[in-house]
Write a protein that binds this ligand. Structure first.
Ligand SMILES: *[C@@H]1O[C@H](CO)[C@@H](O)[C@H](O)[C@H]1NC(C)=O
Length: 255
């Protein structure tokens, strides 16, 4: 190899390296991938999604929801919002669609399996939507965005498998912003004895022998800069909590 060829190679390598450093530092940038849609679905998502959200997982955000493969992150990704836009300029709109992750799933090199409703929303027109559906899988770009639930507080949905007072499992619904809940504690309101919960599957936190009395929930929010913030809701989960019930936390987050 000649010296000048070696120099150009070095230059090219350096430029590539700088590009990938910029990409890594750019949390708002779009990432290229592929997306398909739930086969045989009616418009919405599924109420048996891996996140454990139940019917909320099918209908939240007007049914603009998705299954994720890597972005599922062992359940940590449940409830996260992404802007997804397809890239074929003949059929696709500039903004695409904003979806909520409520399930896990992978297809043919896809990061998202969208509800049919969300998939068709990426199109410019209804004719274009029909064409996109006929492709089955399309090239997309995506980026994480803040979830927004106007006039909703964070809500605790007691899972059907719960049984007071022996076993408590619940999912956290309507969490705004773009941070993850990475830890959760349940505390007694009298003596502040706390128990650290684990995420049993998807978005569901569970504990055997939960503390007694009204339960204070402490949630640890972590952003992608490694900033951690404990949030303590205004409202407790009442002592007589029941499977299937939802309880308003009285707080909302915006980051
Ligand atoms: C949210 O919580 C606040 C109190 O913290 C309450 O006043 C408000 O009614 C709640 N909003 C909804 C939609 O329940």
């Amino acid at each position: 190899m000649s010296l000048s060829a070696l120099c150009s190679l070095l230059l090219a390598t350096t430029l590539l390296l700088m590009q990938s450093l910029t990409d890594a530092a750019c949390s708002d940038c779009f990432v290229s991938s592929r997306a398909s849609y739930y086969p045989n679905s009616d418009e919405q998502g599924t109420d048996v999604g891996a996140c454990g959200f139940g019917s909320f997982g099918a209908t939240v955000n007007g049914g603009d929801v998705s299954a994720a493969s890597n972005l599922y992150r062992d359940g940590l990704g449940c409830g996260a919002c992404y802007q997804v836009r397809c890239t074929n300029s003949a059929y696709c709109s500039d903004n695409g669609v904003t979806i909520v992750i409520t399930d896990q799933g992978s297809g043919d090199n896809t990061d998202f399996i969208l509800s049919k409703r969300a998939f068709t929303k990426m199109a410019q027109t209804s004719d274009a939507a029909a064409t996109l559906l006929s492709f089955g899988v399309v090239d997309i770009q995506y980026r994480r965005v803040s979830c927004s639930y106007p006039s909703k507080n964070i809500t605790f949905k007691i899972h059907e498998s719960s049984s007071n007072p022996h076993y408590l499992a619940f999912a956290i619904e309507y969490q705004q912003g773009k941070t993850d809940i990475t830890a959760l504690q349940l505390c007694e309101t009298q003596n502040f004895v706390c128990k650290l919960l684990s995420r049993s599957s998807g978005a569901v936190w569970s504990v055997n022998s939960p503390p007694s009395g009204p339960l204070l929930v402490r949630m640890l929010f972590s952003d992608d800069d490694g900033e951690d913030t404990w949030v303590v809701p205004v409202n407790n989960i009442p002592q007589d909590w029941k499977a299937g019930q939802t309880y308003d936390s009285g707080v909302q987050v915006n980051q």
